[in-house]
Design a protein around this ligand. Structure first.
Ligand code: NAP
Length: 248
């Protein structure tokens, strides 16, 4: 069964990592996928072709999630190209890790703008369409770090905790119009973002995981699939941990 047959989806930051995993899993379940990237044009074009080969509509758009104007014009273009949107996945994110003592104002501002303000930008941009059609699912990618904090990631943790508060508020605001909004809190997922960490840190993360392995982009994508589909039609305002039991 193709769970998302014909659904139109926007995913931010899908040129690699978790976003790419979500795009591929969604397309294999029949979804038409519009996705963004920031600079990885080659990988984005490759992904666009891979998705089209699965028999769905696919579009790669260069768009800075941190920019309100970019998000407005992106959504306008997608609405023209795809004639609608049913699901929004706010996935784009960055890290600029440092202890507070060494964290610059620019590192703080950039992480908040890319990880948190982007969620506001994109949700605002799709809101009118979802309200008109009285349906929609918004999924925001937070992090275990947003739930429990992490030394050296005050900027990132603040952005990811902010996403949780934002998601719950939007669930309350838009629930009466049958628009759902949930967050996913991935734990340690093996992507380029976590490849930057030193082996000692990686081992300490792994030791804290009851399932004794890092997650894959597909692990997160499958949780998104559930929250995007009608299988979760009575679930909103929640944070789903996809972390191998880390927060247990
Ligand atoms: P990643 O491998 O570094 O990929 C990040 C993606 O976001 C890329 O496609 C990148 O595009 C895009 N991006 C970055 N800045 C952008 C911007 N300003 N506008 C639009 N797109 C932008 O990261 P990941 O590990 O897949 O993480 C994806 C999400 O999951 C992030 O929100 C991250 O915080 C969250 N997360 C990850 C983990 C983990 O363990 N990996 C755990 C918890 C939460 P380009 O390729 O063009 O740069």
């Amino acid at each position: 069964m193709k769970i998302l047959e014909g659904k139109k989806v926007i995913i931010t930051g899908a040129s690699r990592g978790i976003g790419r995993g979500i795009a591929t899993v969604f397309a294999s379940h029949g979804a038409h996928v519009a996705f963004t990237y920031s600079s990885s044009e080659g990988p984005a074009m490759e992904l666009q072709n891979e998705l089209k080969a699965l028999g769905v509509m696919a579009g790669a758009y260069k768009s800075n999630a941190a920019s309100f104007e970019d998000c407005e014009s992106l959504v306008a273009r997608v609405l023209e190209d795809f004639e609608g949107v049913d699901v929004l996945i706010n996935n784009a994110g960055i890290t600029r890790d440092n202890l507070l003592m060494r964290m610059s104002e620019a590192d703080f501002d950039e992480v908040i703008a890319t990880n948190l303000k982007s969620v506001f930008n994109m949700t605002k941009a799709v809101q009118r369409t979802l309200l008109k059609q009285r349906s929609g699912s918004i999924i925001n990618i937070s992090s275990v770090v947003g739930v429990k904090g992490n030394a050296g990631q005050a900027n990132y943790a603040a952005s990811k905790a902010g996403i949780i508060g934002f998601s719950k508020s939007i669930a309350l605001e838009l629930g009466s119009r049958n628009i759902r909004c949930n967050a996913i809190a991935p734990g340690f997922i093996e992507t380029e973002m976590t490849q930057k960490l030193d082996e000692k840190t990686v081992q300490s993360w792994r030791d804290a995981i009851p399932l004794r392995r890092g997650g894959t982009p597909e692990d997160v994508a499958n949780a998104c699939l559930f929250l995007a589909s009608d299988l979760s039609s009575y679930i909103t305002g929640q944070v789903l941990n996809v972390d191998g039991g880390m927060l247990t």
